[in-house]
Design a protein around this ligand. Sequence first.
Ligand code: MF3
Ligand code: CO
Length: 256
Amino acid sequence: MITRKSPSELEKMRRSGLLVYSVLQELARMVQVGVTTHELEVVAEKMIRDAGARPAFKGYYVPAAGCKYPYVLCTSVNHEIIHGLPSTKRVLKAGDIVKIDTGVELNGYFGDSAITVPVGEISDSLKKLLQVTQESLELAIAQVKVGNRLFDVSGTVEKHVVTNGFSVVREFVGHGIGTKLHEEPQVPNYVDRQHENPRLKEGMVFAIEPMVNEGKPGSRVLSDKWTAVTTDGRCSAHFEHVVAVTDKGPWVLTRP
Ligand code: MF3
Ligand code: CO
């Protein structure tokens, strides 16, 4: 069942969303050559707790992994797609791209957002990967309106990515969000018969999160049980926003 949120619930989700936004903004400012992903983790945890919130990922049980996620952030570098583990040993270097994904629970409501940040100067092909991924998210957000179906959102991501010569990761998808981090429905970045295609109604809230590979769409999970990487070793980008369906169109809760 897809839960629909009242205006007062959406206001609470807005507060969670803006906290996630401010954390990601601060982390993006911190990213530079020589910084470790652990340093980002420490700052994120402090900001979230200082705001009276709880890091949503830390201790979150993920059935596919069979255990609880141990960190506040997912920090995934280059060919790591998602769920990369922050580490004191992971020093960012010029030309890297780092995906930073985090979530919070504040007053019982969740926020979840991700960005991909360049480290120093990156190649033109990586610039294009980041641009196309971000554009695919913006185009998808514009489809979040009453009268559309979920596959209008999914299909928009897929079309933009494929048209630009990149590929969509299939093993990981977006999700409904509210009083839980992951709610129904699944929000794939492609259209297929395995997923539901509900009509969008006022008060529904979705975390839309295109994961886009430079090369082939394949992914696999490393022996650490978490880090998902591209099978061909080429880079991947990820952007995520939480978006509510309102009578006035899409409302992006995770940015001002
Ligand atoms: N943004 C991702 C998602 O929505 C990361 C959360 S998974 C966790 O699935 F394990 F890190 F919590
Ligand atoms: Co998410």
